[in-house]
Design a protein around this ligand. Structure first.
Ligand code: HEM
Length: 555
């Protein structure tokens, strides 16, 4: 079996390398062969970058990911911090004096904190989901923290997650005007209903052709230039979602007017919500501090992110609206929604402007969520393939038998491609796209397993712990699609990673059917025509790869 020539010096350009210096950079070299001709092509480096780099791997950070405060940022915000500390100490003092604050119930267990700053200093910096799983061994699966007066709760097992997020989902809310994290209420329901109309399990079958077409283009790009794997995967998802939502054809070189805005908006979502990174995440009143106040420089950064988000909200919407006015709008979700503005206004008694605002938000969240999340899951699958050649062999044997050497996989093959489907499930389980889920906030005082949960607590599910529970998944760190197969069929009794990976309750990801379809067609198509192998060192020996995840909501 011919081997590829040694890995070139670096897969990541120099100016990029400096950004990642402290982070894990995984360079995966794929040896590419045309599967039907059994012909090897020299592999070229394919960087799979697991780093604090939002452009290569979406890394949206939750308000609840408990990342250790970035010291530089804390130092910069000292003047603001001092004011905040005094105010908080006063508020805590008043609260503690309030009779019956915890209804006589204990607060859930958690690490002991300091006065006022609470557990700020023992927040874990990296891979918090592993730290919380380890902490759960001491504290149990309900862990309580408090940072600057903000209560935080981590739930570490599937039963608790189901109890709190599924059964009491009415008691949990998002935190923003962004549809993805918008509080419950009439407005959220309107967004959800319209989004769901176009992404429910039946509706998404209409997008299969687009998903297939962009996947084929992706294969060609990979064949022509495998060194740009990450960019090609990005292209595939961005091109698909822009075509579906807006009707835009992204050019083959990936150029489109929205990429820059998507990057900045995602960076805002990612960094802006990271606790400790910006104190305003924990102390919302700081958002009113003008940018000229020492320590309030974050306002300028936030303004840049707001601008990018606004461009992404308005741009695609105006693009479709203009095309509709000209009468040449191609079919798209936004075009369909816009054509229904009068009907929808009639249904809700809302003004046309209000309905249009919702349509803008749907376009924005759809692009934001659709372009990058599935991308992360695909990287997990490819990383697993480079580490587990025997799994790859099994998938390819199945693909050979079901699809054969003369064509590429189609959605019609999905029911017969059991091992591919199991592999997609295992990819979602093994390296979670959202290892700590998306935090929800309680709106009223509550009780869980005899513990008091104050109103305003940010509650997060340790999805990673649920997906790596050895009582449910034997040898959970191993990548083993067989765990989802019984008697040659998908085992419906196995815990389904999709029930955790896509969130919970009424907030569960409405893009999940679309995402799963995208994951399937890309994984099946790539493995049908390419082999994925680890990079080689200068002596041509495979380089050992350590799998890892970035910190944040989306990893
Ligand atoms: C592997 C891919 C994906 C993963 C792992 C994922 C995961 C999630 C999670 C964890 C949530 C939060 C649920 C909660 O609050 O409990 C969410 C919400 C959401 N996702 Fe996804 N998602 C993916 C793909 C997509 C795609 C492709 C779209 C768009 C087409 C999308 C659109 C949304 C929207 C609109 C929400 C907000 C829902 C609401 O609050 O009502 N997602 N997603």
């Amino acid at each position: 079996m011919p081997r590829s020539k040694p890995v070139a010096e670096r897969a990541v350009p120099e100016q990029e390398e400096s950004q990642f210096s402290d982070d894990l950079v995984i360079v995966v070299r794929l040896d590419v062969r045309l599967h039907d001709k059994r012909k090897w092509r020299p592999g070229v480096e394919l960087p799979l970058i697991h780093a604090m780099d939002d452009r290569s791997l979406l890394e949206v950070t939750s308000e609840f990911s408990f990342v250790h405060p970035n010291m530089e940022s804390v130092l910069r915000t000292i003047p603001v911090l001092l004011v905040a500390v005094v105010l908080l100490a006063f508020v805590r003092f008043l609260l503690d004096r309030k009779n019956g604050y915890t209804r006589g119930l204990p607060l859930p267990p958690g690490p002991k904190g300091w006065p006022v700053i609470g557990n700020m200093l023992n927040m874990t910096a990296s891979q918090p989901w592993i730290a919380y799983r380890n902490l759960a061994i001491e504290c149990g699966d309900i862990i309580y923290f408090q940072v600057l007066g903000q209560p935080l709760l981590v739930l570490g097992n599937a039963a608790l997650v189901s109890e709190f997020f599924e059964k009491r989902s009415a008691n949990t809310v998002g935190q923003d005007k962004n549809y993805g994290i918008m509080p419950y209420g009439q407005q959220w329901r309107q967004h959800r209903r319209l989004f769901w109309q176009h992404f429910n399990v039946r509706a998404v079958s209409a997008y299969q052709q687009t998903q297939t077409d962009t996947t084929r283009k992706f294969l060609l790009k990979l064949l022509q230039d495998p060194s740009q794997l990450v960019e090609h995967i990005r292209y595939a998802f961005l091109a698909t979602i822009l075509k579906v939502l807006v009707g835009i054809d992204v050019s083959d070189n990936g150029d489109n007017q929205y990429s820059g805005h998507i990057d900045a908006a995602l960076e805002g979502f990612s960094q802006g919500l990271m606790p400790g990174k910006f104190l305003v995440g924990l102390l919302p009143f700081l958002r009113f501090v003008p940018s000229w106040v020492p320590g309030a420089g974050f306002q300028n950064t936030f303004a840049r992110w707001r601008e990018a988000s606004a461009a992404l909200r308005h741009g695609p919407f105006e693009h479709v609206k203009d095309a509709m006015e000209r009468g040449d709008a191609p079919e798209s979700v936004l075009a369909k929604l816009l054509s229904r503005v009068p009907d929808e206004s009639g249904i809700w008694g809302a003004s046309a402007e209000e309905v249009e605002e919702i349509i803008k938000n749907i376009g924005f969240v759809g692009i934001e969520g659709g372009a990058e999340t599935t991308f992360s899951a695909v990287q997990s699958a490819f990383l697993a393939m480079s580490l587990h050649p025997s799994v790859q062999k099994k998938v390819q044997t199945e693909l050979d038998a079901v699809v054969g050497p003369h064509r590429l996989p189609e959605f019609a093959d999905q029911a017969s491609l059991v091992y591919v489907s199991a592999l997609c499930k295992e990819a979602l389980r093994w390296q979670n796209v959202t290892p700590m889920g998306v935090p929800h906030r309680t709106t009223a005082d509550d009780e869980l397993e005899g513990y008091f949960v104050p109103a305003g607590t940010l509650v997060s599910a340790n999805v990673w712990a649920c997906m790596h529970d050895p009582a449910v998944f034997e040898d959970p760190d191993e990548f083993r699609p067989e765990r989802f197969i019984r008697n040659g069929k998908l085992d419906v009794s196995a815990r389904d990673p999709s029930a955790f990976a896509f969130g919970f309750g009424r907030r569960i990801c409405p893009g999940r059917h679309f995402a799963e379809a995208g994951l399937f067609i890309i994984v099946a198509s790539v493995l049908h025509v390419f082999d994925i192998t680890p990079p080689l060192d200068e002596q041509g020996r495979p380089i050992e790869i350590t799998p890892g995840q970035t910190d944040g909501i989306i990893s």
